[in-house]
Structure formats: C-alpha cells, structure tokens
Write a new protein. Sequence first.
Lengths: 439, 439
Amino acid sequence: MKQDIGIGILGLGTVGTGIARLLTENSDLIAKRLGAALTIRCAADLEIEKDRGVKFADGVLTTDPLEVIADPEVDIVLELIGGKETALDLIHKAIDQGKHVVTANKALLAEKGMELFRKASAANVNIAFEPSVGGCMPIVKTLRESLAGNHIHSICGILNGTCNYILSKITEEGVPFADALAEAQEKGYAEANPGLDVDGIDTTHKAAILSALAYGMELNFGDIYMEGISGITPMDIEFAAQCGYKIKLLAITKYDRDADAAEVRVHPTMIPDTGPLSKVDGTLNAVSIRGDAVGDMMLYGHGAGMMPTASAVLSDIVDIARILLAGGGIHVPLLSYQMNNIRKIPVRPIDEISTHYYFRFSAVDRPGVLSKIAGILGEHGISIKSVHQIERELNGGVPIFMLTHKALEADVKSALSQISALDVIINEPILIRIEESLD
Amino acid sequence: MKQDIGIGILGLGTVGTGIARLLTENSDLIAKRLGAALTIRCAADLEIEKDRGVKFADGVLTTDPLEVIADPEVDIVLELIGGKETALDLIHKAIDQGKHVVTANKALLAEKGMELFRKASAANVNIAFEPSVGGCMPIVKTLRESLAGNHIHSICGILNGTCNYILSKITEEGVPFADALAEAQEKGYAEANPGLDVDGIDTTHKAAILSALAYGMELNFGDIYMEGISGITPMDIEFAAQCGYKIKLLAITKYDRDADAAEVRVHPTMIPDTGPLSKVDGTLNAVSIRGDAVGDMMLYGHGAGMMPTASAVLSDIVDIARILLAGGGIHVPLLSYQMNNIRKIPVRPIDEISTHYYFRFSAVDRPGVLSKIAGILGEHGISIKSVHQIERELNGGVPIFMLTHKALEADVKSALSQISALDVIINEPILIRIEESLD
C-alpha cells in the first residue's frame, strides 16, 4: 500500500503559501488521521527566492509549472494560480498526465468547468474544489455527500466577504458606499480594482457552482442575473432596518421540480432581520440550504483568508489521498450527480421571477404624487404592502418608500419605467428585491 | 461492478420509518447521484403489520432482527432500535457477519463505542454515525473529513433540541422550568420521562463522541461533568439578558495541546448574546468549532426529527455504498484518527477548570451582607466583575447577582460553601458558568 502521497503546487500566493504551511506544520496530525504522509514534491511560482516562512525541501521549488505536472512523484496537483487561460491549460495538462486536481479557481470552474469535469470524468481523475466556494465551510462536501438523499429546493448564500464587510459597515456606521469601500481596501478586504467583488461577479461564479452541485445542472455562469452593491445607500439600509430587514448581497438559487426550471440570481437582497443569515456580518460568509429531508440548515465561517482557504484545500487533498490509498478512481461524482445525469436546466430570465420588492422614489413634494405612483403600480397588478413618506430632502424632492406583495419582475420594471417618466419623479427609482421566506 | 447495495433495517420507529421513506421516495435521485441502487432487503421490527405509509417489497419485513443480519443480500445494517444491550449485541453480530453498520445510537457509542470501533476496525468494516450527533448537520463528516488538517481547539454545541426549546420558552415568556417542560411534552418535543434530555445525559453522550472525533481521544462518557437545566429560573435568564448574555445548555469540549489534557463538560452556560450560537432558538441545534486553520466555523440545523435524522442516515449509507462500489474497506478512519493513534486523553476534573461565573445569592436585607460575601470571595482569590442587588423579594430575602472574572472552580465551590453557611444567606447560592470567548 502506498504510504506517501505526492503533492504538486501551482502558485505560491496567499492560498499556496497557506497550504504549504499547513502541510508542513500539521504533517504529524495529518499522518495520524490519514495513515500516510502528504509530501510536497514540486511547487511552482515565478518568485521562488521570496521568503514565505515555509521551509521547502531542496529541489522542490521551480519557476516552471510544467515541471510540477510532469513530476512522476506528484499524485495531486493544486491549481492555485488563479486567472483563466493559463490555469485552464495547466489543468488540462494535469488531467492528461492522470493527475488529480484541486482548485480554488471559481471563475474558471464557473465559466469553463464543464469541459474540465467531462474530461476528468473520462480520465477517471478527480477535480476537487471545496476552496472555490465559501472558504473553509464544507459546502461542496455537504452538497456532494451529506445531502445526497435530498432534493435541494434552494440555497441562499452570503459568499463574498468584501461585499458583506462593506454592507455591514454602511449598516453600522451609516457611511456611504464609497467610504465603506475605501475602508475595506485599506484593511486589505477589497482589491484596488474591486469590481470582481462589488459588482457581484465573484458571488455569481459561486452561485453557478452551487447550482450545478445542488440540482445536477450544467454550470451556467452566463445565464445568471447579477447585480452588485454599489447602488446601496445608507438611506435604504436605514429604512430596511426600520421595517425589520437587513440588506445582504445574496446568491439565490432555487429549483422548481414541477417546471424543471431553476432560478439563479445574485443581487442585494432585503432579508428579515430575525433569521440567522441576517446576523452574518463583517467578512464572514454563510450558506443556508433547504432540502426536502433536512429542512433548513446553515453553514457559517470564514469565506476567505490564507488559512481557512488552505484548510479547504487540505480537505480535498485528504479526500483524494484516501481514494488513492484505496486504489484510485472517482468515488464521489465530481458535480454531485453521475456525469451522464448532468444536464442543462433552463434558468428563468429575471423578468419571469416573482418576489417581494422595495422601491424608493424621490418625488416632488406636491399633492397627488402618491396617487399617480400607486395608480401605475395598480395597473400593473402590483399590490402595495406599505408606503412610507418621510420628511427629508432627497435630490430636491422627498423620498417615498414602498414595500410590495409578490409581483412579477417584468410588471415591476414596466411600472417603474412609467413612474420614472412622470414629471414629478426626480432620478431613477431604486428597486431592491426582498426574500421573505428565509429563516 | 456492483450495481445494487442491499440495506437492512433494525427498528422501524421514527428514524427507521424516515429512512425507509427516503430510500423509497427519493430512489431515482439517489441512483442518479450514486450510480447504483440502494434497496431495502430486510427490515425488522416487533410490529410489522402497522401502516407506516411506506410500501415495503414482499418478504422484506420480519420480526427477527437476526434475519436482517444474516441476509446475504444485506451489505449495510442500520441499527435504529436504540437502547443498549440488544443494540450492542446486534451490532457485534453484524460486524461478525462482515456487515457495515450505520447507527444513530449516541448512548451506545458514548458508553460502549470503543469496543465496537476496535472490532469494526479489525474486521475492516465501517461503523458510521452521522445521525448520532446533531441530526442533519454534517458534524461527524466535518470533523472526520473537512477538518482533517486542523488541530481542533474547541467545540461548543447546542445539541439537544428539547433543552433548547425549554430554555427559549423560559427566555421568551418568563415561565418557570416546569411549565416550559410541560409545554414541550405537550408538543412532543420532550418525552414523558424527560431526564435523558433535561438532565444533560443526551448532550453528554454527544460531547463524548465529538471529543473523540476532534482530538483522537477514547470515548469518555464517564469522565464528563454533566449538569442539566432544571435549576434554571426565569430570574436568572432575565438577569443574564440584562448583562448581555443568553443561557444555553452547551456541550463544551477543549483540548490543551501543551498540557495534553481535555476539558469536556455539559452544563447551562451564559454566552454573549452577540454571537451566532446565542441566536439558535427553539428546537434547533448548532455546533461551533474552532480549529487552528479554519478559525471559527458553525453548523446549524435540525438536530432531531424523522426526516432530518433520516437524511443523516442516508448520508452515511451513501458514503459506505461508494466505498463498496470502490472495493470495500475503511477509507475514512472511524474516529477521525487511525485506530492505533486513538488514545486516552485525561479529562480535567471540573474542579480544575477556570472560567467566568455568575452567582445569585438570596440574602437577608441587612447592612454588611454584601461585604461578608465579597470578603469570602476575595479570600478565595475570586475577583468580582460586577454586583447587582435589585429590590425584589426572593425566598424572604433579596437577590444579589454577581459576575466574576476568571476563577478556579475549586475556589468557587469552597467560597460558595462558606457563603452558604452564613446566617444571612437563605437557600443555596446559584452558580452558572460563563463562556466569554464564543463569537
């Protein structure tokens, strides 16, 4: 029996350094659990002189990623360089060499995952990706293994620590988005170019991965409705709080078995402030899953960071090592379902979803304005749950807030476009979707 | 390759019926994920005529549990009868027959688990027990697999839905324990004989299992300090709330690597009302885990109930089925560590722990009382953080509340015993331990 599993690392950035540290510092512990050693055989990075606080054995470091893949002593390749083209090419080559792959590259998986999973499946090697969603939280394992007996109804997740930090900051301190972003950048929670996070792209990559795992659907990044958090103001957050809601950037994915259609969307969402998801603040992440047998369950933890992410990489390494010690192959289907059962499931266009809404209008303070707005909403079959007008100046007018009962997004858009054309309305109306059914 | 895994069920009570239903109703889904069918080959219960709303194939039901174990078509035996002697005997016999076992029997595992795990390990068969702790939450899998690279520092769990329901009820409505218990019994959340739950026994069984998984220590039910919730009053809960705490029945387990000693205890605990664990109300369960790489993470969900527990049983069945499809054996060590690395780790006697405390005295309303109490505490090196005396009658005296800084339990007990002997003190003082470091 094999007593030593060889690890190859592509990329010694934050996560690569973290996993090297974990494999080194906790090697005794891991051996006691695994019954075999995990040894870094080869690690590639452009900078190999840099001191990362980890002691690599002689000859392990290289600047050539192909050396990692070609190394006959490497059983498992960790793709931790990020980006798309190079990473895609290297994973292809690793599979060609019969290597198992662990990757944290959510963007690559969400956009090019199907070709990689199909190829890996045909080659009988594993692609594991626990670190790609939710950092240390075992969300991939929970969906691939623990919930194998459940029809998954829905998943709602706070999956981007940067956005959650910014929204928490606006909520707690009432500062505008730009200031909260600047502080996140200062603290190292947001990139200099923050679009990937604050525009919702990162969360959407993760939503695609979770939907594929939950329903056996093909990865569908391009089909997912996506909206970032840059339009969220302290005023909307304050008003949401008064009505018992918090605003979070959520990945929402649901599957309607009767219609065989999915709903997958990423946008700022008002959620009741009584449920556990609403208490997840700062850079923390959480995922709430609803299944037919489990009911509601939630995972909660650090969604990013060197060591939490390294822990997830290690979890995948240990899983694959156990498979190798037992003779190899794919034991758990790569995307939860046997590959021949993975299929395209149509994603409902955003116009076809039905949910509750929050609107904010800034209107000229003149009699009859409210009746005009309400009239247009009524004509579109949108039923108002509550209306609030406060005495505060907003862009030369006054703000009017509304919460609606369930309405169809297409009707909402059409109504808002008519309302927006009224001469008493200043600026574009604000729309935030509400998710009532979380608990 | 084997295309059909045979399941044998011992006991068609709530969980047994739930798993039979799940295997029947979601069989297509499971096959799409597993790539093989799971078929109930034999199911034993004393009552086989009863209508459980599940259609069993002809000849599957029997009143003889030995038939299930002897059935050559049964690969995996589900022990769902509960109790100790019979269940123990049946699991032994199942292992003798080379059957893999799934059990929800925490009491049996906590008290007799070591002999079963050693025997199963030698026989190269799996004993899986996800449903034994935390219902649907994948806590066993998380500790055995996801956190394989982490030194676990501590686990704090709300693991008994009955107690959590009762404490939530007292908190929300200010009713006494007896009334909250009666309501729990009425709603079916508590047994007619509630001792197993409210005395903390069930939680202690689970604490033993989690400690073994987390630190590679032998199951140690007998060494665990245990205290139930029947002494918790609305007054203590109210005062805790005023100071920013909630009272929960917690399983607390910590491992001190330097001293190579564990702290495992189950008692009502005051925790800060800002953290996620404090928001877990009603019958819900949650487990918070602290590891060196992951930091803090939490799982949250239904800790009991027919279908959530059945979901956990199914998770174990699917894991074992995947192993069988890959050739059999033990892929994940039964207790997280290779069996030869599992060892006795001493559990600190409760007198040797050091924590923060809450005391409530009922004292005669007379000058100098507080100074006497404070004097005795001071002599024992117990530093008072805050004192509160309110104008309310309590057993003919007035209540005095105190919060302390960290103190040694032995000192606390000695001080309380001296204080209790003062002639100005009415009744025994109340002591509740505080766990400050949760977040």
